[in-house]
Design a binder for this molecule. Structure first.
Ligand code: MRU
Length: 369
């Protein structure tokens, strides 16, 4: 997508042909800074401190991280150890495991001398595929948005869409998942207006989604996380759409903490609640999302402190709780399939259920959990 008129992806190979460039998302929206990853440790650090984040981008960064590790040693031991280092950087987004397994399976059968070139080629393929997948998600989601828009009474000025966290191009390699739908609806001329949940504690909505939407010229308002229910009760939300970090085989979706509460409010108010996801976000081995998906718990400091720009234009962090307070920081929650109106994938839209997913991914039928 464009930043100040220049097209960017969220990750790309540096022009030196071996290091990897990312946009440091911890500095947005106040600073647009490109950071270069030169080795395995750089890649692992970028994922765990969330310079890169969002399930598909975490997977893509891990793929390049493995390639960077093989520059130093392409032997079996290092391949295995590097994958282990990357796998534990963030536990919830299954795209991380998916990307590492795909790389490892293809690389371990090759002689070490052939691995490096193959690893870079595979990481590039994972990135390119992600871009195509997310564009297709946007196309399928556009059908849903168009239908909702057609049902609005003549004279309606906007279709109001609520989203949580950041499921935009910054969370993927390009386009985004939930925001791909919104971008493509806007580009088709549907007058969308987005309610952007701020998404405490990391504020991905306030910082990243609002920045993305502004760059694309899409009308939006940032709201505090508890506003959605009120808006839905008063007919001010036509549709919710979010991304997901891991979708279980039964259609349960794990996403940023607070997504479940939005889905409950949507259900209570008959607001359609869609979840957009690429195939690699489906965990075919997980048959019960609510009870099985590992939920990342992050540092309490993210809850007790907030970062922002002060009146002098400097970014600083301030403490918002009493000294020494104890805080809990669950980063994700799981929305049960029964609260999800539909899953928007690169292959089309389906019911949030095993049958729904199997109708789009029939090659998974009969494979054991
Ligand atoms: O903790 P984050 O910022 O990595 O969480 C990101 C999300 O929850 C997104 O909604 C999810 O990864 C899907 S984005 C395509």
């Amino acid at each position: 997508m464009n930043v100040n008129g220049k097209a960017y992806r969220s990750i790309w190979l540096n022009k030196n042909g071996w290091s990897v460039d990312i946009i440091d998302q911890t500095l947005l929206p106040h600073e647009f800074t490109i950071r270069t990853l030169e080795n395995l440790q750089d890649a692992a650090e970028a994922i765990s401190v969330m310079r890169v984040r969002g399930a598909p981008l975490i997977g893509a960064t891990a793929a390049y991280g493995l390639a960077l590790a093989l520059r130093e040693d392409a032997g079996d031991g290092n391949l295995r150890q590097a994958a282990e280092v990357l796998l534990v950087t963030r536990p919830t987004a299954v795209n991380l495991r998916w990307a590492l397994q795909r790389m490892q399976r293809a690389l371990e059968v090759l002689p070490p001398a052939e691995r490096l070139q193959k690893a870079y080629a595979m990481a590039a393929d994972i990135c390119d595929e992600d871009v195509d997948i997310n564009h297709a998600i946007g196309q399928h989601g556009l059908d849903v948005v168009r239908e909702l828009w057609m049902k609005k009474p003549p004279g309606t000025d906007s279709l109001h869409i609520l989203t949580h966290c950041n499921a935009g191009w910054l969370a993927t390699v390009d386009w985004g998942t939930a925001l791909s739908v919104i971008y493509q609806a806007h580009d088709e001329g549907i007058p969308v207006h987005v309610w952007v949940d701020e998404t405490r504690p990391r504020n991905q909505g306030a910082a990243l989604t609002a920045w993305e939407l502004a760059s694309h010229g899409i009308a939006h308002d940032v709201i505090v996380d508890n506003t959605g229910g009120h808006l839905m009760q008063h007919g001010l939300v036509d549709m919710c759409i979010t991304g997901t970090d891991r979708t279980a085989r039964n259609g349960d979706v794990c996403n940023k903490i607070g997504t479940y509460l939005k889905a409950l409010a949507a259900h209570d108010n008959n607001v359609p609640f869609y979840v957009a996801l690429p195939g690699p976000t489906i965990d075919w081995h997980m048959d019960d999302g609510v009870n099985g998906i590992p939920i990342e718990q992050r540092d309490a400091h993210e809850v007790t402190h907030m970062a922002g720009r002060n009146a002098r234009g400097l970014v600083e962090s301030v403490q918002i709780t009493p000294d020494g307070v104890s805080a809990c920081n669950y980063a994700f929650d799981v929305t049960p399939a029964r609260l999800v109106t539909g899953l928007v994938t690169e292959r089309g839209v389906c019911e949030a259920s095993e049958a729904g997913l199997m109708s789009l991914f029939p090659e998974r039928k009969g494979l054991s959990i």
